[in-house]
Design a protein around this ligand. Structure first.
Ligand code: IYR
Length: 226
């Protein structure tokens, strides 16, 4: 048992900065849904640049996510440097070659077939930014982390939603295994790569797989007990 005498006391402050959309929740959500429903994972990026300030705002938005014991167990490594992007592409393609030519199960490859993905990851060099999200396994002061996957997953979701609200496109790319990212980016031992998010604009001739347009119905995903 921890000694309660050594635990800091909670300090509460009034909830003042409340957000009011100025319309009914349903009206507000119709608008939010109209923005979010058009989010697509894209794999054909244009070279149109994105300002560093924009990426900084995206990271700020992601950083508003809730997290276990408010540990905020994430690091966003934001890469625009062409040489670093090139190194990430080469290492990712090596892993993906192994994935597509044997590491992935038959069923996995069958599930991916309608997406038309393969080991060609040129988008990792074309997108103006690669944001590599790391989860902390230990806090920077070596403290414990709780619910790291859930916390970082929520932060990534908020990052993607914020990018969509700003008119930017993203991809959640998870080359597997991802250890090479810590090596290439020279990250410390308490950081594990979680996802690679290319950020930018779709290429003029960008196409998306029809399969990805399908969404489960509300009835499929929701259960109400009233
Ligand atoms: N990481 C590989 C394979 C892949 C896996 C899943 I699950 C996807 O939804 C899409 C791709 C790749 O990026 O090609």
């Amino acid at each position: 048992m921890p000694d309660p005498a050594s635990s800091p006391l909670p300090k509460f402050v009034p909830l003042t900065d409340r957000f009011d959309p100025g319309m009914s929740p349903t009206d507000a959500l119709r608008h939010v849904h109209d923005v979010l429903r058009r989010r697509r994972s894209i794999r054909a990026f244009s070279e149109r640049p994105v300002a560093r300030e924009t990426i900084e705002w995206l990271v700020r938005c992601a950083g508003t996510a809730p997290s276990g014991a408010n540990k905020q167990p994430w690091r966003f490594v934001c890469v625009a440097n062409p040489a670093v992007k090139h190194a990430i592409r080469l290492a990712a393609e090596e892993e993906e070659r192994a994935f597509y030519s044997g590491r992935a199960s038959e069923e996995w490859l069958r599930d991916l077939a309608p997406l038309g993905t393969d080991e060609d990851k040129r988008y990792l060099e074309i997108a103006p930014w690669l944001v590599i999200v790391f989860k902390l396994t230990r806090d920077d002061d070596d403290g414990l982390i709780y619910y790291a996957d859930e916390s970082v997953g929520i932060a990534v979701g908020m990052f993607l939603a914020a990018a969509q609200a700003a008119g930017l496109s993203t991809l959640t790319h998870t080359p597997s295994p991802m250890k090479f990212l810590g090596d290439v980016l020279e990250r410390p031992a308490n950081e594990r790569a979680f996802v690679v998010i290319p950020v930018g604009y779709p290429a003029e001739d960008c196409q998306v797989p029809e399969h990805a347009l399908w969404r489960k119905s509300l009835e499929d995903v929701a259960v109400f007990l009233e």
